[in-house]
Design a protein around this ligand. Sequence first.
Ligand code: HEM
Length: 124
Amino acid sequence: MLNTVRPLLLPLMFGLFTLPALAGDLEQPMKKMGFNYKQATKASDPATMEKHINQMRAEIDEAKTRQMPTAKKEKFLEGLTEVQSELDASLAALKAGDEAKAREHLAKVNDLKKEYHKYAKQKG
Ligand code: HEM
């Protein structure tokens, strides 16, 4: 009996330990998002702004696939989608040549970040 299951044990244990690591949590995409947000806000030309906003957008897509506390998952996804809408609005403003409006939408991203980080830190 043991001889039959033994070869299965190692791959099984390996799988159990590596699966959560592969799926990961929000820390990595959040760090990248924070970096690109800073780069976008301090950019002095629209092309650089656009590049970092597009990167943030992709990082949110990545964050949406990460592990989240079950009780908060729905609200987290809602917040991440709201951030993407603001980023889209910011990109649209840049395309229309309105950098000031693009920056207003970036400021709203910061408001959303504060709101949802507060929620993320709440117990339960
Ligand atoms: C609105 C939806 C958002 C949600 C639900 C959310 C959720 C979270 C959570 C749960 C963490 C803790 C991750 C961990 O350490 O395991 C975190 C950290 C962080 N988030 Fe967000 N976040 C959001 C928006 C944003 C935005 C818009 C930015 C940047 C502009 C941002 C930047 C960061 C940074 C820099 C960290 C710290 C990462 C670290 O160094 O540990 N987040 N966020």
